[in-house]
Design a protein around this ligand. Sequence first.
Ligand code: R5P
Length: 286
Amino acid sequence: MFLISNDKSADLADGVSKILGIKKGDVEKKVFPDGEIYVRILSEIADQSFAVVHTTQTNDDLIELILTLSALSGGGAKNIVCVIPHMIYQRQDSAFFPGEAVSAEVVVRMIEEYCDEILLVNAHFLERGGVFEFAGTKIRNLDAFPLLGGYFSDVKNLVIVSPDEGSMHYAKAAADAVGCPYDHLVKTRLDGETVEMSPKDLDVGGKNIVILDDIISTGGTMKTAAQRLLDQGAKKVVLGCVHGVFTKGFDVFEGYDVVCTDSLPTPLSKISLAPVISEALEDYLK
Ligand code: R5P
């Protein structure tokens, strides 16, 4: 098996390559003056197996992925496993209003056309880790929360919480990995301007709290939660997520302790998904 990656997943793919001892294939990529993307696989393709580790943050990343997969498929690859550490458009997973495009389904169907397996990491539209059918396509959803929990294994008096009940399974998966208590936050509106957020059952006084969610986008949810928990006597609050989208940049997190994985490469990507992806890819090496 050969590994192919885009630039944004290059370090992550290097990590996978080191763990599994598999080589990275060579790809030539150019962008024409009109913005069109050109992809050419330089390694031998016919009858070879490939794992494509390619994150998507922008529309161009998605087009580059489709072109890469199509070049492998058209060149006669024996097997193509497509690992997308962060899949763009994953939050529009239903038509919430009549007439809306269900972008997550469209993206999955486009990718499925050119590969044999799709592996995602904590896809927003899939509840847990495991194999699921989505948009008529089999998807293996890898769970990075035990890895996130492990990152905090040395922290004493640790409590892991999720910002709401719906995402408590993330906190549980992380807490189970380190054997600490977990809970979810409950939002109570005190008046037009004030929202209180406190853990449903646990007392945060003097505790080191880690708030975990799948995605941090603007950071609004997490920052409000952190502030409320500090007001309630938490000793320290750290914010963590799998997918650090950070749509408002990093300055808005000044004064907050934030960590995320390298599903997207950011200055806060302190936790590499390489072990989680490598473990999954081992199944295709047997
Ligand atoms: C929402 O469904 C996600 O799980 C996150 O809670 C959300 O994306 C966070 O958004 P923001 O960082 O903008 O508050």
